[in-house]
Every structure is written in C-alpha cells, then in structure tokens.
Write a protein that binds this ligand. Structure first.
Ligand code: ZN
Length: 683
C-alpha cells in the first residue's frame, strides 16, 4: 500500500499526501467500514465491546483521514486538492445517510440499552449509548412507515427551501448596485480610502470610470458608517434591508416571505411527527438549555436589564447628533453614522494604537504563561521533526505537572495564499484509550494574522490577540480532556450552546491589566501597555453595549417566538414587530424586511438556536467571575475549571458540569457587569 493516508502514522504525513490519494483513501475506508458494520451487526446479542467499540473505531478511522484532508483543503489548497475534496463530499454524505438510517444499527443500540450489561456501564458509556439513540430518533428512524415517508419528504423540502432562501438573498444582493460617476465624486465624502478603492476596482472591472458599490458587507458597512451624504446612506440602507422581500426595487422578485412561512411550518410538522410540541423543543433536545421556557426566561431577563441602558445610550446618541450636527431626528440609516462619530469623539482609539504592544512572540509567551498559571500545564516547542504543510507552522507539546504529555498542537498563524480566511481550531486527533494505551489529542490552531515584515515581529491588534486566545480556548478543551471514549472526549459530543464556553472564557485574560502586564510590552522600548491606553480600550469595548445587546435579543427572541409559538398561518412580520415593541430601542421604517434575509435561522443551522450567542457569553462571563472573586490567577479555581469543564468534554450534561464548577446555575450578572450594562454597585 503506497497511499500515505492509509498507513497508520502517529501524526498525519502532510508532506506525502497528494491530491491523487484522497478519493482512493476515502473510498477504501468507507468500504472497510461497511464490511465491518455488516460483520458486527451479525452478532446475536450486543455488548459494549462488540458494538460500541467497533462502531467508534469505524468513526475514528474515517475521522482521522478526513481531518487531515479537510485541514489541507483549508490551509494549503490547490485546484487539484479542491477537486479531490469535492469529489469526496458526496461519498461521505451518502455514507452518513446510510448509517443514520440503518435500522439494524439502531436496534443494536436499543438492545444494548435494554440489556443487563447496560446497568453495569459507567455514566459516560451510558451517555454515549443514549446520545446515539437520541440522534437516531431525531433522524426519524423509529417512526411508523407512513410517518417516516412524510418525515423524509419534510427533510428534503427543508433543505431545498433553505437553499432557495439563500439563493434569493444572494441574487437580490447581487442585482442591486450603485454607480457613482467621476462628476458625482462629492457623494463619496467621508468614505475611507479602502472602500473607495473597492468601488473603483468594481467599476474598472466593468470598464467604467468612477465607482461601483454593491451590497457586499465590505461596501455596505463603511457606506452606512462613514458616508456624509444622508441620501446615499438611505439608499443603501433601504436596498439592504428590503432584500428578498415585497419591498424595494424589484417588485417582489426573490421575495422570501412564502418560503419563510413554509420553513417554519415544516419544522413544526417535523417536531410533531417526533412527538414534540414544537421546533424549539426539537432544537433544544441536543442543547444545554433545558426547555423553551428556560430560554424565554433567560432572554427576557437580559432584555429587562439591558433595555433601560440601551434607551439611555440612544438618548445620548440623539443628543450628540443634535448638539454637534444639528440633526434633530435620527433615521435608521443615521444610527451607524452618528454612532461612529460619537465613538471617535469619546474614545479616540484605533487598533493601530495598540499594535506595538502586541508583538506576536510576546503574546504567545504570555498565552502560554497564563495557561501554566491557571492549569499547571507547561507548553514547549516539540523536539524532533514533524511533517508540516508550510514552513511557518510550529508544533508544540503540552505537559502537565507530572510531566505527562497531555496534548500537542500545530500553530499556523499567518495569512497566505491557499489558506481560508478567519480563525478556527480543528480536531486533528482525538483522545482515546484502548489496549494499546492512551492516544494523545492533537489540535490545529489557525489564525490569519499579518506576517512579520523585515526585522520587525508580527504586530497584532487587540482583536487579533482575543482571537488567538479564543481559538486556544477551544484547543485546550480538545487537548486537556481526560475522557477515554473518543465520541465524547474533548469537544466531541459537547452541546452546541456550551461549546463556546472555554473559548470565550479564555478571552477574558486579554482584558485584564494584570494579565496584559505579562506580555503587552512595547516591542521596541519594552514599556508596558500604558494605563491610560488600557482604560480607553475598556471604555471603547463597552461603547453602546446596551444597544448591541437589545439588538441581539431582538433577533434571538424573534427566532424563538416563531418556533416555540408557531401557529397555523403565522404572520412572521407581525411577530417581529411585536418583539421589537418589547425590546428594541431603534424602530426601523415600515418597509424594513430584515427577516427576509435572516439566513442564520432560515437557511443556516441557527433556527431556535440564535439565543446561543448570548447564552455562551453568559456562561463564559459567569465562569470568569469566579476568578474575579478568587483572583484571576487563583490556582485552585484554575484547577476546578480544568477538572469540571476542560477535562470532562462531552462526557456529562453541560449544565451539571457548569454547576459543579460554579457551585450554582449560571447567572447573567457577570455579563451585564463586564459589558458595562450594570455597574459593580448595582449587582
Ligand atoms: Zn469559537
């Protein structure tokens, strides 16, 4: 066998993998898995050892190969690799559907759960069995024949209609643009050079002089934030907020209204087929939040606390616009513009001001020191050769206090051609324990920072530093796990609304002076980040926090209302308006059709789940507040976070884990305090 993907390496053989190996390896593994599945389903009785172990191994074998391939696709893409990757996708999805609908496999898990052995399994093993049964149930596997047919129809219709929804938004966005000729240059007043350059480039591509602006966020955001001409802002705002609706320029072409109603209706029907009251219950069956009422209470409490602050901030904004610009009535398209002016007026701070204090080598050392002080883990560069996909990539080991190797990670920090944008943590190898011993988890930590120029080290913005800490938090969750079963070790099997806890949690240390003093030193003078600059950073962070919060709550409540309180012939626009009456401080014009392009919930995976953004913020802020109480480097609290959260991964109920760490259920207070919505004395 010469295919390196099929040889059992300790770490992926990155330098040997060729695009031509990809489809061959995937085909081979899928075939092997199918043979193995058929073989163990032959058993008369099912036990942990003859069912769950081989089932996990199948999964694991595929994961290991696919993670190396998809990682290369993300960080070192070529045309050939992309083709091979895309050719593999349908093979994988056919295989997944086959497994998800395999009745014999489902029955095998049921038999195990009903067997005498089940009671002897430990709680983690029982959880794995129940997770599988839950997922089979949610796939509709135990429905009667007729219902199953309908279930399949719904599934198909949902994916078609979601795709159509996105297409409409995309088409409507692309159909609209604004051309500004050289004679109209005055219209550009206030716009930053970067967006003018984009406009000019767009125009040049159509052999035009002047500027051509689209509704892409890279044009839209700067225009509504900086264009001095209010009519221009209004034009963009109106076009943007009426996309894919019955309003705007296109006579309802691409109107999503019917699709939205159909999607919500189909989701409701699917939930009912599965014996649930509504789609909100369906969504929560795999999440940390316990019930729809739990989510409503959470959102309403946040709204109650934030709205008065948002109102105050809005009055401030109105007063500012009136005093400084003579504008007595703020329109929807004025909000971002005057907010930006107010922000500059109050906190004259730009990301560029702080860059010299965040030289990458210092930041990295600071991060490692913080991890050491919190969790007693030592991070050092790996000695010896490791195959990498690029020279810039580094490889590190994490050792605990007993000098046991706990995890390893690849660090790939700079932006370059062939690497996708953004930052993410990827699972390279998961922890598991079997006859051969402990398999150490390995992570990919990826960012897209500007590379160093000449002699000067890479200088990060504060938001880059936050990003690095965020991804490293996910990495620690993956690498420090002590769970022996791959299906719930590390980030595997962690509820979706709990998975951002460790990542957002670690970000907190980038906002603490005591932590910053460890590493935020001027790269030339060695001077620590000045207090005055630090204070401005904090103030700028909380600027309009109340308004931002109620906006997120408006989206989250709207999403949850339409799914938890679904009614036949639901009037989606009316629900949104009702929610706005409750929480919003900015009331958009009547032709605003925001919901018609709200892809997160109508096309993405966030339906009845948009609340998760705030939920995760509450968890991480509240977890951090325990450190505020005991000291941000308190080793005891660090140890508790390690043992209750990081080491446990998906092996137990996330609410139970959180409660074990915090000593109580999560509270919203810390988040309100951290974002300046509630001051210290009022909590
Ligand atoms: Zn994250």
């Amino acid at each position: 066998m010469t295919n390196p993907l099929l040889i059992n390496h300790k770490l992926p053989p990155f330098t040997q993998i060729e695009p031509s190996h990809v489809v061959e390896a995937i085909t081979h593994v899928l075939k092997e898995n199918r043979v193995q599945l058929a073989a163990f389903l032959e058993n008369e009785t099912y036990t942990w050892d003859n069912l769950v172990i081989p089932y996990t191994d199948m999964h694991d074998r595929l994961e290991r190969i696919w993670s190396a391939i998809s990682h290369l696709h993300s960080v070192a893409d070529t045309d050939e690799l992309r083709d091979a990757y895309n050719e593999s996708l349908p093979l994988l999805s056919a295989y997944e559907t086959e497994i998800g609908q395999n009745k014999e496999l489902y029955q095998a898990f049921r038999k195990l759960r009903d067997s005498e052995e089940y009671a002897q399994l430990d709680p983690v093993q029982q959880r794995i069995v129940n997770n599988e049964l839950r997922d089979f149930h949610l796939m509709g596997i135990d429905l009667a024949k007729e219902k199953q047919a309908r279930f399949t129809e719904i599934k198909l219709a949902l994916s078609e209609k979601s795709a159509k929804f996105s297409e409409h938004v995309l088409d409507a966005s692309h159909a609209w643009n604004k051309y500004i000729s050289e004679e109209e240059i005055d219209l550009l007043a206030g716009l930053p050079e970067s967006v003018r350059a984009v406009g000019q480039q767009n125009a040049a591509q159509q052999d035009k002089k002047g500027w051509l602006f689209t509704l892409d966020l890279s044009c839209y955001i700067p225009i509504v934030s900086y264009a001095e001409n209010a009519k221009l802002r209004q034009e963009f705002y109106t076009a943007y907020t009426t996309r894919a609706s019955d309003q705007g320029d296109f006579d309802g072409k691409w109107d999503n209204s019917t699709l939205m109603r159909e999607l919500v209706t189909l989701r409701h029907e699917r939930a009912e087929l599965l014996g649930l009251a509504n789609h909100a219950e369906y969504s929560l069956s795999t999440k940390m939040a316990e019930s729809p009422q739990h989510v409503f209470d959470f959102l309403n409490e946040l709204a109650e606390k934030s709205k008065p602050v948002a109102e105050k901030e809005f009055v401030e904004l109105q007063t500012f616009a009136k005093e400084h610009y003579g504008v007595s009535q703020l329109q929807a398209w004025d909000i971002m513009y005057y907010s930006e002016k107010l922000r500059q007026h109050c906190y004259d701070i730009s990301q560029e001001d702080v860059r010299p204090y965040f030289a990458l080598p210092n930041v990295l050392q600071g991060l490692f020191t913080i991890v050491q002080r919190l969790f007693n883990m030592v991070i050092k560069p790996h000695e010896g050769n490791v195959e990498k996909w690029h020279d810039d990539v580094q490889f590190f080991d994490i050792y605990d206090i007993n000098n046991t190797l706990r995890g390893q990670f690849y660090l790939d920090l700079y932006t370059r051609k062939g690497k996708r944008g953004g930052a993410w943590m990827g699972d390279c190898i998961g922890r598991k324990v079997d006859d051969t011993g402990v398999r150490t988890p390995v992570a990919f930590v990826n960012c897209n920072f500007m590379p160093p120029v000449g002699e000067q080290p890479a200088l990060l913005t504060h938001s880059d530093v936050e990003t690095l800490f965020h991804e490293f938090g996910h990495g620690l969750h993956h690498m420090l796990t002590q769970v022996d079963h791959a299906l719930v070790a590390g980030i595997s099997g962690v509820a979706w609304d709990a998975v951002e806890l460790p990542s957002q949690f670690l970000e907190n240390w980038t906002w603490e002076k005591e932590a910053l003093d460890l590493f935020a030193h001027h790269y030339e003078t060695g001077e620590k980040l000045p207090d005055e600059l630090y204070q401005r950073m904090i103030a700028a962070k909380n600027f309009q926090a109340g308004m931002a919060t109620v906006r997120q709550l408006e989206f989250a409540l709207f999403d949850f209302e339409i799914h938890a309180h679904y009614q036949k012939d639901i009037d989606i626009e009316a629900v949104l308006n009702k929610v706005r009456q409750q929480v919003a401080v900015i009331h958009p014009p009547k032709n605003n059709r925001f919901a018609n392009s709200f892809g997160h919930i109508f096309a993405g995976g966030y339906s009845a789940g948009y609340y998760s953004y705030k939920w995760a913020e509450v968890l991480s802020a509240d977890a951090f507040s325990k450190f505020e109480e005991h000291g941000i480097f308190d080793p005891q609290t660090g140890q508790e976070f390690l043992t209750h959260i990081l080491e446990k991964g998906g092996s137990a109920d996330p609410m139970a884990l959180f409660t074990a760490f915090r000593g109580r259920a999560p509270h919203i207070d810390a988040l309100l305090r951290h974002s300046g919505i509630v001051t210290e004395t009022t909590v």
